[in-house]
Design a protein around this ligand. Structure first.
Ligand code: TEU
Length: 566
């Protein structure tokens, strides 16, 4: 059994500040707005809040473009508001994890301003290259690397008279981690926040910080081009070890690194017991429906999802994270469940998935009431820098003629789907703001909202609460070993969790999920009696055991069940 730690037992709830709750009517969520809703968050039973970036930012990428690491974005409030938020979170026995964005800054950060002017000691804070010029004398990119948001990763800067690297938006220049001064500036900043008493960091694209010497061209077929060069670069491990030694190691802080292009082996380097990070987010299950890139709409298959989950659950040398969505992904019920007829059942099934694997669950705001993807009727409604950039490039190049040709993909994949305002009640703007919301409110707010969820006795919200409770009661759900059953079944996902600890009553649990809109009979190979522990169909009868080596179940559409096998 893994060594105990508070962050392994924790359930994390992610708050996207601009879309959570607006206290002052400017249409943008803010820190006081979050404080107003903390009792609600605490009522879920979660232990940790991960707050997306709230630092000063021109908001070219919703706060992932930071212009001052030690100041709060004006629309969100002040540093005093932030201190109050931290205190109020701690007063409710929860913890606060902040976002750490240090692969890049905003181009409006003072460092970049100085760097582009070539000020002494600052040029090397970012990655500048001369590049060639084409037949018209226009600069061509120094290599073929592509941006995660589409297009080239290079931008010519007139003031700097050369090109700088930006793996994301052109307003997000990449920092040059080869420069030891930038590293010590960052470590000081990290310490500054840790000293304020925060409980950890979610580290944005942290395995992109080490670029290989000479910035060699990437495989033109990779997406984005060059990712195999700049992800997990040669000094990543060294930089992360140095960072941990200079900062986190002195605190009881949790760290979770968002890691692009990692597999279970690479992850082990980062999160094993003596690795620099506590946990990592990987993308292998997020890629199942986009093997052919952003523009293609693909189905995912349950056997594929199971095999990704099982590999990480059994082979990772370290502690897992468990997530199905966040602020960068479509809504989980629209993507992995059914957001129409079976919205309620499938949202509960996904809750069961999130809360019964081994690893720390990360829940995203609104999923606990089954919020869905949103209809994006026009380009003007879009806010996501990624989706907008891709659609704009496609319009420019003539790949599409008008927005309508992109609409289906946008509604399927745009990050805006997760970023529509939290739906609190059925009043104007879903109770999110008295002003004009910065992004469209999902028109289904009159039916799907927290107030309605609070009155629904057996609704999605109460299901989340009960299951979070159950997880904190049952060690086996946190620390138990995982075993995949029925790996090839097309629609049923079944797994067993067992804990080798004589002192606990419940040390053997079976999870069965019918991930389909069809009633399904299934025979699950377990050789013990099974007592129903929890599920999303109230009238689920006990498992019948017709033979000694399996139990036969008749599952409703999107039915989820937990059995005690102890
Ligand atoms: O995301 C990094 C990332 O690789 C993706 O999830 C990315 O958003 C996606 O591929 C684009 O479609 C992190 C943040 O979570 C994201 O919000 C930021 O935009 C990005 O880094 C840059 O800081």
């Amino acid at each position: 059994t893994a060594a105990r730690a508070w962050w392994k037992e924790a359930v994390v709830y992610q708050i996207y500040p601009q879309s959570f709750n607006d206290s002052d009517g400017d249409g943008v969520g803010d820190l006081q707005g979050i404080i107003e809703r903390l009792d609600y968050v605490a009522s879920l039973g979660v232990d940790v809040i991960w707050l997306n970036p709230v630092y000063q930012s021109p908001q070219a990428d919703n706060g992932y473009d930071i212009s001052d690491y030690r100041a709060i974005h004006e629309a969100y409030g002040t540093l005093d508001d932030w201190e109050e938020l931290l205190d109020e979170i701690h007063a409710r026995d929860m913890r606060l994890v902040m976002d750490l964005v240090v692969n890049h800054t905003s181009d409006e950060h003072e460092w970049f301003q100085r760097s582009r002017r070539g000020e002494d000691g600052y040029r090397d804070y970012y990655i500048w290259r001369e590049g060639e010029t084409d037949e018209y004398g226009d600069p061509t990119p120094p290599n073929n690397w592509g941006s995660f948001f589409g297009g080239s990763a290079w931008e010519y800067d007139e003031k700097g008279e050369s090109q700088y690297l930006h793996l994301f938006h052109e307003k997000q220049p990449d920092l040059n981690w080869e420069n030891p001064e930038i590293r010590s500036d960052i470590y000081e900043m990290i310490d500054w926040w840790l000293e304020k008493g925060i409980d950890g960091f979610r580290m944005d694209v942290i395995n992109l910080i080490s670029k290989p010497e000479g910035l060699p061209d990437g495989d033109p077929d990779s997406d984005p081009v060059g990712v195999e060069q700049f992800a997990n670069g040669p000094r990543t491990q060294e930089f992360l070890n140095e960072m941990a030694a200079e900062t986190f190691d002195d605190y009881d802080a949790m760290t979770v690194g968002e890691c692009v292009a990692i597999d279970v082996d690479i992850a082990g380097d980062y999160v094993s017991a003596d690795g620099p990070l506590d946990m990592a987010f990987h993308f292998q299950h997020m890629q199942l429906d986009q093997q052919d890139g952003w523009w293609s709409i693909e189905d995912w298959s349950l056997p594929d999802l199971k095999s990704v989950m099982a590999e990480w659950q059994t082979d990772l040398d370290g502690w897992n994270t468990v997530y199905l969505g966040n602020h960068d992904q479509p809504r989980i019920v629209s993507r992995f469940g059914d957001d129409e007829e079976y919205r309620e059942a499938s949202a509960k099934l996904l809750a069961t998935f999130l809360l019964t694997h081994q690893g720390t669950p990360f829940l995203f705001q609104g999923d606990e009431i089954g919020m869905t993807n949103c209809p994006w009727a026009s380009f003007e409604e879009m806010r996501d820098a990624d989706a907008k950039n891709r659609v704009a490039l496609a319009l420019e190049s003539g790949d599409i003629e008008d927005y309508d040709e992109a609409r289906e993909v946008v509604e399927f994949r745009s990050r805006d789907n997760a970023r529509t305002p939290m739906q609190w009640d059925d009043s104007h703007n879903a109770g999110f703001t008295d002003g004009d919301p910065w992004i469209k409110v999902n028109p289904n707010y009159e039916d799907i909202n927290v107030a309605a969820a609070e009155t629904a006795e057996d609704g999605i919200l109460s299901y989340y609460r009960e299951l979070i409770d159950l997880r904190s009661d049952l060690d086996v759900l946190v620390y138990g070993e995982y075993e995949l059953l029925l790996p090839d079944h097309e629609t049923v996902y079944a797994y067993r969790r067992t804990l080798d600890e004589p002192s606990v009553d419940v040390d053997d649990v079976l999870v069965v999920l019918n991930v389909s809109p069809t009633e399904t009979g299934v025979s699950v190979p377990v050789d013990t009696d099974a007592a129903l522990l929890f599920g999303n169909e109230l009238d689920a009868s006990d498992a019948s055991s017709e033979s000694h080596d399996s139990i036969d179940l008749d599952l409703q559409p999107y039915e989820a069940r937990l059995y005690d096998l102890s």
